[in-house]
Design a protein around this ligand. Structure first.
Ligand code: ATP
Ligand code: MG
Length: 362
């Protein structure tokens, strides 16, 4: 028998439903490893960081947290934020602290339609819909550049600037990433999204870089679409989409739209990648902490479990990733659905059903 490959994963469930869905994802990955008969294994280290940790220590994560995380093969993340901590502190103190310092500049968010799940889009034949939003994750509208109360203006006259940052290098690397991804897909097409008719500096640079990079990929079809038109296209002509590349803000909004169209935010997976692999990448569901349902055991674990499939791909375990995706499909097709997608199943029911679907047939 060949030696066991062990993948060391840092898990950070953090807050709200993050805890429930990360624990579901861990169970599924461990089941997958046990079926693999010792060819690979996952070694988990869990970190208690998040808003409860903040209440105890005044910090969102340990001071040496990044140093500790640096040597893991991947980070498996839940969701961060709670009412005791302002969003900008919880988000920047933990999640963005990791994505920024580990240079996770590419964020991929697949939009997948699952059998048995009602979509507001659903026509008879759209179960094949499948596209990926590639989000620039390091600059753009979320670069954090700007300021308030400039020149000491008095009450009622405050001015705030929020500046978007576009660098030629930043644009080029995310576009090459998107084109390379398109080459791995059945439909080799990249749609670039901007609002370059109204934002005439950064987004025009984006468009120019896109046209230039496209020349290196003559086998890939391209289009440039304004974000307003792309929002309509998501709803009206989604069969036209394969890889959609957009800046930080635009991709954030489009990927939430995509997951809602697929049936629920609770289904949507994401990966924050450091493609050079100098630092660990981070895998997390797109959804937040869902305070309205947290602690009830009814959250949908599929977004987190599908994120675990992206992590398997990152480890090179492509067959296992496809097995997991197929187990998710068989589970929804068989009607194991949480409430957000119209069923009655609990988080544990769906997780158990996925684990059962993974078991090798006797
Ligand atoms: P954040 O600010 O943390 O991004 P948000 O405002 O985007 O949070 P979410 O926490 O993502 O909000 O929740 C939005 C809605 O989607 C809520 O009604 C929530 O219950 C629902 N939701 C989110 N995740 C899930 C899930 N895993 N299962 C079921 N419903 C979910
Ligand atoms: Mg949100």
């Amino acid at each position: 028998m060949s030696a066991t490959r062990t993948f060391r994963i840092a898990s950070i469930p953090a807050d709200g439903v993050g805890k429930e869905v990360v624990s579901a994802g861990r169970r599924v990955l461990d089941a997958l490893a046990s079926h693999a008969g010792g060819t690979f294994a996952f070694e988990w280290t869990e970190f208690p960081w998040g808003c409860e940790y903040y209440a105890e220590t005044g910090k969102m994560m340990a001071d040496d947290g990044l140093e500790t995380l640096k040597d893991f093969d991947a980070i498996y993340f839940g969701a961060v934020g709670w009412e005791n901590v302002p969003d900008h502190i919880s988000l920047w103190g933990l999640r963005l602290n990791i994505t920024q310092n580990f240079d996770q500049w590419a964020n991929i968010r697949p939009v997948r339609f699952l059998p048995g799940v009602q979509s507001p889009l659903r026509k008879a034949d759209d179960t094949e819909l499948d596209w990926v939003v590639v989000r620039e994750n390091s600059e753009g509208e979320y670069a954090g550049i700007g300021g308030r109360n400039l020149r000491g203006r008095g009450p009622g006259n405050e001015v705030a600037l929020q500046t978007a940052l576009f660098t030629e290098k930043g644009c080029e690397r995310i576009m090459r990433f998107a084109f390379d991804l398109a080459r791995t897909r059945t439909v080799k097409k990249v749609s670039s999204v901007t609002k370059s008719n109204a934002q005439q500096y950064g987004m025009v640079l984006w468009d120019e870089v896109f046209d230039r990079v496209a020349l290196d990929y003559p086998d890939v079809t391209t289009e440039s679409v304004l974000v307003d038109a792309m929002s309509a296209k998501f709803v009206l002509k989604p069969e036209d989409l394969s890889v959609v590349v957009a800046s930080n803000l635009n991709a954030d909004i489009l990927s939430d739209l995509g997951s809602a169209l697929a049936g629920s935010l609770g289904l949507a997976a994401s990966a924050n990648l450091n493609p050079e692999r100098r630092f660990p990448s981070m895998f997390e569901p797109v959804h937040g902490t869902a305070p309205d349902i947290a602690g009830k055991g009814i959250s949908n674990p599929i977004g987190a479990i599908a994120s675990a499939a992206l992590m398997l791909d990152h480890f090179g375990l492509h067959d296992e990733a496809r097995q997991l995706e197929s187990a998710i499909e068989r589970t929804t097709a068989a009607g194991h659905l949480t409430r957000d997608i119209g069923g009655e199943a609990t988080t544990d029911d769906v997780t158990d059903a996925i684990i059962e679907a993974l078991a090798p047939s006797p």
